[in-house]
Design a protein around this ligand. Structure first.
Ligand code: SF4
Length: 406
């Protein structure tokens, strides 16, 4: 008979660090923007998002041998177990110890899903505190390579406090930051719906990722290390929050930074993105330049084209001028506006979009136009959630969810 495996003891300092990280998963993470991770969901500890060393340490702390932590890791990231009760190859006593200590897997049920004719699928997840978040799966067949990609567009907050004037999420208000596992589970939910591996992740769903940077970085780590999604396959977007691009650059990730610019000058930018008042355009461009210098990754500037507002040829020329001050590491991604209910903005005509592209290319700016996906599935960010949850700013108790009936 084989000898029972001996518990592997972590070095005391490492053990302390791992314990601190594991304990931190139970706590709200205060961030800039006033959106702590409070609410009912902060009361339980989630296994999802933890690394193998952290899970091994947790097993040791609960009186188990270290290899049980490896089993937890497999159950979470290979078998994709939804709840501790499904951990059928760990002893019942360990399952009970986990439950007794307040641990859960950290998965949320799908509340609603809608699929557009192009396969883009929006999923609403109902979090532990009954709040709803949107996540989107975008399938793309690459005919040339015979392969297919599946991009997950994940949310980082419940709602968004920044209230960009064209955005459905901004109009819906803000409730709280998401905890790391609530970001990670979005990718797992998309993989379950599509029965396909997620190949790319964009942090472009509900919320401003830089206002919840710690959770975003933890989810990014988990996607990369546990779910094996390459760093280069991930994009972190921001509308611009002072000092955070520098912070992100210091992590030297090999992921793309996407900066939502939407205007070629400060005055127009403040009209479209009210939060730009606290972050002058010159400072934002400076931070982008440094991001490229520190990481070697070019910055993608997102520019939503709003008919008659920021889509004129002169504005394309002004944009080119602005970008030339930023060195060489950038790319422009034009997004013809996708109209939302109640918005005064309109989508520009195709020929106007093309004239904008031509004006940029004539000034040697690399540019692409984002193909609109899932137009018939409430594609603009925050639209589907807004239909189901009208008052995200109100604290909703489990017995009084602020949901309209499905
Ligand atoms: S565009 Fe992004 S940052 Fe602006 S309100 Fe919408 S979710 Fe927030």
């Amino acid at each position: 008979m084989a000898a029972a495996p001996q518990p592997v003891r972590a070095a005391p300092t490492l053990a302390r660090a791992l314990r601190a990280r594991v304990a931190a998963t139970a706590k709200p993470q205060p961030q800039g923007g006033g959106g702590g991770g409070g609410g009912a969901s902060a009361s339980r500890r989630a296994l999802l998002g933890l690394s193998e060393p952290e899970l091994r340490q947790l097993a040791l702390d609960l009186g188990q041998q270290s290899y049980r932590g490896k089993q937890l890791h497999d159950l979470l990231y290979k078998s994709r177990a939804n709840q501790i009760q499904d951990f059928n190859y760990v002893p019942k006593a360990f399952r009970e110890a986990l439950l007794g200590a307040g641990w859960s897997v950290g998965r949320s049920p799908v509340h609603h899903a809608v699929t557009a004719s192009d396969g883009t699928t929006k999923i609403l997840l109902k979090l532990e505190d009954k709040r709803l978040i949107e996540t989107v799966g975008i399938p793309v067949d690459d005919d040339n390579k015979g392969s297919s990609r599946l991009t997950a567009c994940v949310s980082s907050q419940v709602g968004c406090p920044l209230r960009c004037s064209f955005c459905a999420t901004g109009k819906g208000g803000f409730a709280r930051n998401l905890r790391p596992h609530e970001i990670v589970e979005q990718v797992l939910a998309i993989e379950e719906v599509f029965k396909h591996r997620v190949t790319n992740v964009v942090f472009m769903g509900m919320g401003e990722p830089m206002l919840n940077l710690n959770s975003v970085l933890e989810a990014h780590r988990c996607f990369n290390k546990e779910l094996k999604i390459g760093q280069r396959m991930m994009t972190i977007s921001t509308v611009g929050v002072p000092n955070t691009i520098k912070m992100l650059a210091s992590h030297k990730l090999q992921s793309t930074l996407a900066v939502s610019l939407h205007a070629p000058n400060q005055k127009l930018r403040e009209m479209i993105v009210p939060s730009a008042k606290s972050y002058p355009l010159w400072a934002l461009m400076d931070d982008c330049k440094n991001y490229f210098l520190e990481t070697g990754r070019r910055v993608s500037f997102e520019y939503t084209l709003l008919a008659g507002i920021n889509d004129e040829k002169e504005q394309a020329e002004e944009l080119a001028q602005l970008l030339h001050t930023c060195g060489g590491g950038y790319h422009v991604n034009l997004i013809p506006y996708n109209p939302i209910e109640g918005s005064e903005y309109k989508r520009p005509y195709r020929k106007v979009v093309q004239a904008f592209v031509d004006a940029l290319e004539a000034r040697k700016i690399t540019v692409s136009v984002r193909q609109t996906r899932g137009l018939d599935a409430n594609a603009a960010c925050g639209q589907l959630r807004n239909e189901f949850q009208k008052n995200p700013l109100l604290e909703s108790s489990p017995s009084e969810p602020s949901l309209v009936p499905t």
